[in-house]
Design a protein around this ligand. Structure first.
Ligand SMILES: Cc1cc2nc3c(=O)[nH]c(=O)nc-3n(C[C@H](O)[C@H](O)[C@H](O)COP(=O)(O)OP(=O)(O)OC[C@H]3O[C@@H](n4cnc5c(N)ncnc54)[C@H](O)[C@@H]3O)c2cc1C
Length: 501
């Protein structure tokens, strides 16, 4: 189908990532005629959602509730410690990591709908798998999960998007690739469609309602510098090159209320030599997330964060920004042989910036750009400060800390003294921007005067007010699905009323 063939529909969905396809499926279920517009070519489809590991967080109080999403065998139920993740846990995680700024109404929608939305996706053919490799460690022969997250979409982001695209195909929802929404048709106080562009041609598509689910501004260097600040234009982008803030600008352009942490973003430690945008083969393999088991040093040879402040799930999304602030915008992660077996799979990919050495002095010489003398002093002071009398355990916050250092390490402090030593060079990789538009719990976009903008809905990264400063891992996809599903249902209902009005 081409742009010319679509003149009028009930609901236009802008974007074809996770949030968008969930919106489209829900609108279709509610009886609407839907079209999806996607700026990327088909070969690069799936948005940021494609690049993810598919890790996802949701509430479950027992194995029965876990099974609504994840297929757990009888043997697994007997032998694996999946733990539980209660509503209180999810609320606490959202509150704690965002410094209690997350919008309480939107957070409630997210938390209370998390499991039922993933179960709905399962009913659409999307599958899930337990994250043994990343979220569990073996304790006495048994797998024990930690960090409040046990499962991922089967096949990661690629598998998730394949499942959703297949569901959209079954529902016969057309997707127009290489077609971007350029502006909203806003007349008589309501949104009546979009102006779209494809291959240099423009056309208006009339609709009863529009769902914007076309990502943040993370892939737009100018907007990053403008909103996030100096040097953010130089950050690497972990995912799609197509999330350039068009949806946000369109909505703000007709008076939508900006909302959330516009000077904040999710950003991680990312391989120093990764390409400027995501690589569809490597996916999230450029991330380097085992720092709780080692130390990170900057060009001055000094540590700059508490690597063991919390489980990786609750620190990784803010530490990218700390790396960006270091001289030269880079850091080295350093590990010794005692923890080598704990390094995640992403440390063993081919495209890795790594050095190894048989002695710490030799390693110091190999850390490019680092003050070697100061680095050796840092390691020696750190080793001295480790509380060796506290037992080391990876599945709990073990409290094995340092004492007396200006920048402490609060958990998993292990001396760095057993050769061979290895180090990995990282810089800042931005995942997505936190600033968005204000939406109601029904995903209706709010105007600066505090009312719903009639006919306009938003979901996914475009929703402002959920994340500030930081983010609990595995929340982006479930948030996109929850608000995407609501946006699609509400948009369909609005479109029906608009036709009958
Ligand atoms: C490397 C990486 C790993 C991640 N890992 C996880 C994880 O394990 N778990 C998790 O929960 N989250 C993870 N995230 C975060 C997660 O990807 C996002 O929060 C989520 O996918 C965003 O979904 P979305 O639908 O809002 O946006 P996207 O999936 O990015 O979709 C937006 C789509 O809109 C399209 N678009 C943009 N502008 C226009 C326009 N004007 N017209 C038409 N189309 C347009 C884009 O091309 C894109 O396809 C990760 C992100 C990255 C980059």
């Amino acid at each position: 189908m081409r742009l010319d063939d679509v003149k009028q529909v009930d609901v236009v969905v802008v974007g074809a990532g996770n949030a968008a396809v969930c919106s489209a499926l829900a609108a279709h279920d509610a009886g609407a005629k839907v079209v999806i517009l996607e700026k990327a070519p088909e070969a690069e489809r799936g948005g940021n959602s494609f690049f993810t590991a598919g890790a996802t967080r949701f509430v479950f109080n027992n194995i029965g509730e876990l099974r609504e999403v994840l297929d757990v065998s009888i043997e697994e139920a007997r032998t694996v410690d999946f733990g539980t993740y209660t509503e209180e846990n999810f609320f606490d995680d959202m509150g704690r990591v965002t410094h209690y700024r997350c919008d309480p109404d939107l957070t409630e929608v997210l938390v209370r709908n998390s499991r039922r939305t993933l179960a709905w996706m399962k009913s659409k053919g999307v599958r899930f798998e337990a994250m043994y490799g990343r979220q569990a460690h073996k304790v006495g022969g048994t797998f024990k999960f930690f960090g409040g997250m046990v499962c991922a979409f089967w096949g990661g982001g690629a598998g998730l998007m394949e499942g959703l695209q297949e569901a959209a195909k079954k529902a016969r929802i057309p997707v127009l690739y290489e077609t971007s929404a350029q502006s909203l048709l806003y007349r008589g106080g309501r949104v009546r469609g979009v102006l779209a562009e494809s291959g240099g041609e423009q056309a208006e598509i009339e609709a009863g309602a529009v769902v914007l689910a076309c990502g943040g501004f993370e892939s737009n260097a100018e907007m990053r510098a403008r909103y996030l600040g100096p040097n953010w234009d130089l950050a690497k982008v972990r995912g799609t090159r197509f999330n350039t803030g068009g949806g946000l600008n369109m909505a703000l352009g007709i008076g939508a209320m900006p909302c959330g942490h516009w000077s904040g973003a999710h950003a991680v430690g990312w391989d120093m030599n990764a390409p400027p945008f995501g690589d569809r083969i490597v996916g999230d393999g450029f991330q380097k997330h085992s720092y709780p088991f080692g130390i990170m040093v900057n060009a001055n040879g000094e540590r700059f964060v508490d690597e063991g402040a919390d489980f990786r799930n609750y620190t990784y999304a803010k530490y990218g920004q700390d790396v960006l602030k270091q001289p030269g915008m880079f850091a080295w992660q350093v590990y010794d042989a005692k923890v080598a077996h704990l390094l995640r799979d992403e440390y063993r990919i081919k495209q890795v910036t790594k050095v190894e050495a048989g002695s710490i002095e030799e390693l110091a010489d190999r850390l490019e750009g680092v003050d070697a003398k100061r680095f050796l002093k840092t390691v020696s002071e750190y080793n001295e400060a480790v509380c060796r009398d506290i037992p080391f355990s990876t599945v709990v916050k073990d409290g094995r800390c340092t004492r007396g250092l200006e920048i402490p390490k609060s958990n998993w402090a292990e001396t760095i003294d057993k050769p061979p030593f290895q180090a990995y060079a990282i810089t800042c990789g931005i995942t997505f921007s936190f600033g968005g538009v204000k939406v109601s719990p029904q995903a209706a976009v709010q105007s600066v005067s505090g009312r719903d903008i009639r006919g306009l809905y938003a979901a996914g990264e475009m929703v402002g007010g959920l994340f500030y400063f930081n983010y609990p891992s595995g929340t982006g996809l479930v948030s996109g699905a929850v608000f995407g599903r609501i946006a699609g249902t509400q948009a369909a209902s609005h479109a029906k009323k608009a036709v009958n009005a």
